[in-house]
Design a protein around this ligand. Sequence first.
Ligand code: SF4
Length: 448
Amino acid sequence: MVLTGIEIFKLLPKTNCKECGDPTCLAFAMKLAAGKAELNACPYVSDEAKAKLSEASAPPIMSVTIGVGERALKVGGETVMFRHEKRFENPPGFAILISDGMDDAEVDHRLGKFKQLEYERIGLILRPDLIAVKSDSGDKAKFEALVGKVKQKTDGGIILMSDNPDIMAAGLAACADRKPLLYAATEGNLDKMAELAKTNACPLAVKADGLEKLAELTAKLTEAGVKQMVIDSGSRKLRQAFEDQVIIRGAALAKKFRPLGFPTIVIPGEMTDDPMKEAVIASVFVAKYGGIIILSDFYGESLFPLLVERLNIYTDPQRPLATTEGIYEINNPDENSPVLITSNFSLTYFIVSGEIEASRVPSYLLVKDTEGLSVMTAWAAGKFVSDAIAPFIKKSGIADKVKHRKLIIPGYAAPESGGLEEELGDWEVQVGPREGSHIPAFLKTWKA
Ligand code: SF4
């Protein structure tokens, strides 16, 4: 049963101590009811009240974990329709399809792509998450052998795809310890699939023809004790599938409709045969509101943009990505190497450090904490000005690393050069390029 804000309020201590970050217990209760606060933010809730509140405080969309260990993928747990309201919590997982109808060479090729197609961007590794192993042959032994091979050759999460419970059991025999997602329970196999999911403590995907039938099935499964579910509305036309995603998210969040309060799974490859159209369809579901996206194959030219889109959409809009303040040594600098300074906005840091690295000039890069703001924004906000930079330079320890006293500041911070020389005393402040791409040419002519 979903509790209202007032009902939750009645179970709280009502001391208005503010330790939860809200001014009153009532304000906290309202947030809890809206799924915008977590119960453990209040340290004074009694165990009895906790038990009663656990359902009300659970996110309106269940968090579901697929896999184990470092590569375990958590999906769902979302609390808002739009990322600017708070943030999106758990990025969708990308899966590559492998079928027991494929020959060994094709399977090996796809497993190789799963491992190789990973990219570093602003210090983060972007890579796909899951391998969806599908039974097309209808042969239990063949499916079990393929699942065993996938388990042995990769550490990614696994999705087992069959609507035949006997074949699903064979797949589970090979990889139950990896806690795969079972795709899918349908009206025809519901009880047997529920039993497999419960016995093996694995999440279960539920597929139905339309949202009403889907809600009916998830309600039955919840009653049967299955908690970790992922849902597929069965639509294989883009427009209907997109509308289903929006309705599912809206029903779970606005109406607190628990039978649809689960992350979704979408299969763009079943909506088109064209790989580029498939990538475009997948990009729609990255934005709204796919939980798991199974791709019929991986291609670098479409997977990379999808991974970047996912990164952008699931980055907290209220917190810029930031690099740790400090001294970064690039290309093995020594006591005669140039010293540059920049802000700690991740994108700025990676552009500047990348250009320095490309120049092959051994250098020190000082990264000043500007709360994740770029040089220009930080300068305008008073966080990258002489008063703020000078104390950082003095305590950074850079004076012990170089014999010279020359500091290169970004071109955009040129107005600070005079003030900075005054603050630092014995340092000469040099104005570097405005654009990162001009750094290599600047450094190549620089002299201590
Ligand atoms: Fe009320 Fe608990 Fe928040 Fe204190 S921490 S104001 S008791 S909800």
